[in-house]
Design a protein around this ligand. Structure first.
Ligand code: NAD
Ligand code: UD1
Length: 337
C-alpha cells in the first residue's frame, strides 16, 4: 500500500516508517519539522537502505497537502503530526487547538476531496482521564484535564462525525499508553527538546550524566511502592501495531478504537531499577511533590488489539531500557550528536 505518514520524521513516526518499508509498503512522509530533525530521515534511510519520499509541509495548509495528493495515489494516512507537550498546551491553548484540531480537519478534508478515506489517528490514553479502575478498556468514560488531551478527544469525535456523514471512511483511533525505547540499531529514538517532561528520557539523561538526579513526583500514591504506575510500551511494538492496522483497515466497517499497551503497569521506582540494570549506571533520584494532574495508576487492557489487529506487545521493560540506553549512549545530544 502507499501510505502517507504525517509527522513521519518524529519519534513514533520514524519507527513506523521503518516497519512500513520493511513490510513492503510505500511511504510518503509529510512533516513541517517543528519537532523533528531531518537527520532522523537520513537515519531511517540508512536502516531501510533506501531513499524516503519526504514532503516538507504543514497539515494546516490545504495547498501543501493537495500537492502530495496531486503526485501520489495514497491508499491510507497514518496521522502522527501534532504537538504533544501537556504543560505547553495549558500555556498556549490556541497553538494546540490550531495544530492538533484545525490541522487534522484540514487533513481530513483534503483526504475526502481526493477520495482517500482510510485514516489511522494517534490518540492517547490521556483521554481516559483518571480511570475508575484498571486495566482500562476502550469503553471506559473519557475526559480531559488539559488542552492537549482535549485536542485528542476532539479529533476522535470529529472522526466519528466524519464516519456518520460518509460510511465509506475507514477510521482507526489508536490510544497509546506510554511509548518508550528506541530502534535496536540505536540510530533513531526520542529526542526531546530541552528538559524532558516524560519519565524515560529524563531517566536516560540522568544515567548519562546530563541531569544530576531524577525527581520522583510523589511516593504517597495508592500503589505498591507509592510511586505512579504506567503501562510502558516499546516504540517498535507500537509501530508494528500501525503496520497491522494499515493492512487490516479495509476490513473495518465502523470506527475502531483500540488501546495500545502491554497490559502491565510499572512504577517509577521499578523503571529506575530496570534502567539501572540495563545501563549499568546509577540513576540518582529524590522524592519530590506530586506533579499536578498526575494519576496514580494507568494501564491498558490490550485484548481488543489482539482480537482485531492480531497484535500483542512482545518487548518487555528490560528491552525497552536496553534499547533506550543504546540510543542515549550513542546520541547523547540526540540528533545533534
Ligand atoms: P513527535 O513530536 O516526535 O512527532 C510529531 C511530528 O509531527 C514531528 O515530526 C513534528 O515535526 C510533526 N508536526 C507537528 N505539527 C505539524 C504540522 N502542523 N504539520 C506537519 N507536521 C507537524 O511526537 P511523537 O511522540 O512521535 O507522537 C506522535 C503522535 O502520537 C502525536 O500526535 C502525539 O500526540 C501522539 N502520542 C504520543 C505519545 C508519546 O508519549 N510520545 C503518547 C500518546 C500519543
Ligand atoms: C504523560 C502525559 C500524557 C501523555 C503520556 C504519554 C503529562 C501530565 N501527561 O503522561 O498526556 O499521554 O505522557 O506519553 O505530561 N515522573 C516522575 N519524574 C519525572 C517525570 C515523570 O516521577 O521527571 C512520573 C510521573 O509522575 C508518572 C510517570 O513518571 O507517574 C510517567 O510520567 P510521564 O512519562 O510524564 O507519562 P504520564 O504522566 O503517564
Amino acid at each position: 500500500m502507499k501510505v502517507l505518514v504525517t509527522g513521519g520524521a518524529g519519534y513514533i513516526g520514524s519507527h513506523t516508517v521503518v516497519l512500513l518499508i520493511e513490510a513492503g509498503h510505500e511511504v510518503v512522509v509529510f512533516d513541517n519539522f517543528c519537532n523533528a530533525s531531518k537527520e532522523s530521515i537520513r537515519r531511517v534511510e540508512k536502516i531501510v537502505n533506501q531513499k524516503i519520499t519526504v514532503v516538507e509541509g504543514d497539515i494546516r495548509s490545504r495547498e501543501e497537502l493537495q500537492k502530495v495528493f496531486d503526485v501520489h495515489t495514497i491508499d491510507a494516512v497514518i496521522h502522527f503530526a501534532g504537538l504533544k507537550a501537556v504543560g505547553e498546551s495549558v500555556e498556549k491553548p490556541f497553538i494546540y487547538y490550531d495544530n492538533n484540531v484545525h490541522g487534522s480537519t484540514v487533513l481530513f478534508e483534503v483526504m475526502a476531496k481526493n477520495a482517500c478515506k482510510s485514516i489511522i489517528f494517534s490518540s492517547s490514553a490521556t483521554v481516559y482521564g483518571d480511570p475508575h479502575t484498571t486495566p482500562i478498556l476502550e469503553n471506559f468514560p473519557t475526559s480531559a484535564t488539559n488542552p492537549y488531551g482535549r485536542s485528542k478527544l476532539m479529533v476522535e469525535e470529529i472522526l466519528r462525525d466524519v464516519y456518520v456523514s460518509d460510511s465509506e471512511w475507514k477510521i482507526v483511533l489508536l490510544r497509546y499508553f506510554n511509548p518508550v525505547g528506541a530502534h535496536k540499531s540505536g540510530t533513531i529514538g526520542e529526542d526531546p527538546n530541552g528538559i524532558p517532561n516524560n519519565l524515560m528520557p529524563f531517566i536516560a539523561q540522568t544515567a548519562v550524566g546530563k541531569r544530576e538526579y531524577l525527581s520522583v513526583f510523589g511516593d504517597d500514591y495508592d500503589t505498591p511502592d507509592g510511586t505512579g504506575v504506567r503501562d510502558y510500551i516499546h516504540v517498535v511494538d507500537l509501530a508494528d501495531a500501525h503496520v497491522k492496522a494499515v493492512e487490516k483497515i479495509s476490513n473495518f466497517n465502523e470506527v475502531m478504537t483500540i488501546n495500545l499497551g502491554t497490559g502491565k503497569g510499572y512504577s517509577v521506582l521499578e523503571m529506575v531499577k530496570a534502567f539501572e540494570k540495563a545501563s549499568g549506571r546509577r540513576v540518582p533520584y529524590k522524592i519530590a511533590p506530586r506533579r499536578a494532574g498526575d494519576i496514580a495508576t494507568c494501564f491498558a487492557d490490550p485484548s481488543y488489539a489482539k482480537e482485531i489487529l492480531g497484535w500483542v506487545a512482545t518487548r518487555g521493560v528490560d528491552e525497552m531500557c536496553e534499547d533506550g540506553w543504546r540510543w542515549q549512549m550513542s546520541n547523547p545530544m540526540g540528533y545533534k550528536s
